[in-house]
Write a protein that binds this ligand. Structure first.
Ligand SMILES: *[C@@H]1O[C@H](CO)[C@@H](O)[C@H](O)[C@H]1NC(C)=O
Ligand SMILES: *[C@@H]1O[C@H](CO)[C@@H](O)[C@H](O)[C@H]1NC(C)=O
Ligand SMILES: *[C@@H]1O[C@H](CO)[C@@H](O)[C@H](O)[C@H]1NC(C)=O
Ligand SMILES: *[C@@H]1O[C@H](CO)[C@@H](O)[C@H](O)[C@H]1NC(C)=O
Ligand SMILES: *[C@@H]1O[C@H](CO)[C@@H](O)[C@H](O)[C@H]1NC(C)=O
Ligand SMILES: *[C@@H]1O[C@H](CO)[C@@H](O)[C@H](O)[C@H]1NC(C)=O
Length: 277
């Protein structure tokens, strides 16, 4: 064989080997599959990562949730586990085990922990005057982040709400939704509003009652007092009108059954007064 051919073969072989050898040097992590939390009947879950191959000995490992290191999870073992004893929707998220090495970059594996969203904040009611603006919101925990919808509930029927009326605006962030209604209409806007969070695992909803008061409402206490005064005046006037003719009759009428009655009444009154003394 020609020496050049041998050289060529060696170079070719080297090039072919190169990706293979680097791939073999890459650390390999065997991690748990994704986990779906059943929040209704919580069972402990354990996330596991095993470092199966590594180019150099690893230093230590730790766990992260949503990009933040979880404290007190650093160990020196090649196999590491993170246990959630009583899983709640809040515990769902993107978990990651990270291995550190003396002379090589970190290696990591991601485990998705998913749960039905739970709404952790909303208004029970919102009370406004007509013409004012209302702001309703809902916020959630639960991974993956939900898609949000709003509807106005009327008994068993409902109307989906969107931006199309020009008076209602919905803004959504990952785990937060806000419904703004401007220039409140006392005829169409009061009612029960429901926010609905839906992700791949499930959905959940919460309601807010929106009350809209008439602009005359602040006048009502004043009108009440006014009505009381009017009623009092009417009673006094009527009483006076009925009393005066009686007195006149009493004075003018000669002795008779009526007169006796009224004197008896006076006597009764005197007795009663004496008794109370
Ligand atoms: C990874 O772990 C699973 C068990 O959880 C096992 O069946 C599988 O063989 C492991 N793979 C490797 C490459 O170690
Ligand atoms: C990790 O290793 C442990 C024992 O060393 C084994 O029981 C477990 O199934 C492994 N899990 C994975 C995901 O490789
Ligand atoms: C996880 O590994 C990827 C490359 O596989 C790297 O880009 C990323 O920065 C690592 N993340 C952490 C938190 O170590
Ligand atoms: C909502 O999501 C943001 C980022 O997407 C995060 O910073 C915040 O902690 C989350 N809040 C809740 C209650 O999950
Ligand atoms: C509704 O309108 C608001 C404000 O103009 C905007 O930020 C939002 O993205 C709109 N929402 C939808 C679902 O179109
Ligand atoms: C929430 O919305 C989803 C998707 O539109 C629907 O299937 C579900 O019935 C709604 N849930 C509630 C409680 O309204």
């Amino acid at each position: 064989m020609h020496p050049n051919t041998v050289m060529l073969a060696v170079v070719l072989l080297g090039n072919l080997m190169l990706p293979f050898t680097t791939a073999q040097n890459e650390p390999k992590i065997n991690a748990s599959d994704q986990i779906i939390l059943s929040v209704d009947s919580p069972k402990p879950v354990t996330l596991v990562c095993n470092l199966t191959t590594a180019h150099t000995p690893h230093k230590e490992s730790f766990w992260m949730k949503n990009g933040q290191e979880i404290s007190n999870t650093r160990t020196e073992h090649a196999n590491t586990a993170y246990r959630i004893n009583k899983p709640r929707a809040d515990d769902s998220g993107e978990y990651m085990c990270v291995y550190t090495f003396e002379t090589a970059p970190n290696a990591n594996a991601t485990i998705e922990v998913k749960a039905t969203p739970a709404i952790t904040g909303h208004k029970r009611s919102e009370n406004k005057n007509e013409g004012e603006n209302a702001m309703l919101y809902c916020k959630s925990v639960g991974y993956p982040h939900p898609t949000w919808t709003w509807r106005k509930v009327d008994g068993t029927s409902y109307t989906e709400i969107d931006n199309s009326t020009g008076r209602v605006f919905i803004t959504n962030r990952d785990n937060y939704t806000e419904l703004n209604i401007v220039n409140l209409d006392i005829n169409t806007d009061p009612g029960v509003y429901e926010c609905n969070a839906t992700n791949a695992i499930g959905n959940t909803a919460q309601t807010t009652i929106l009350r809209v008061r008439s602009n005359l409402a602040p006048l009502w206490p004043f009108l009440g007092v006014l009505a009381e005064i009017i009623i009092l005046v009417v009673i006094i006037v009527v009483y006076e009108k009925r009393k005066r003719p009686d007195d006149i009759l009493d004075d003018d009428e000669p002795a008779g059954p009526m007169k006796t009655n009224s004197t008896n009444n006076h006597k009764d009154k005197n007795i009663r007064q004496r008794n109370t003394k």
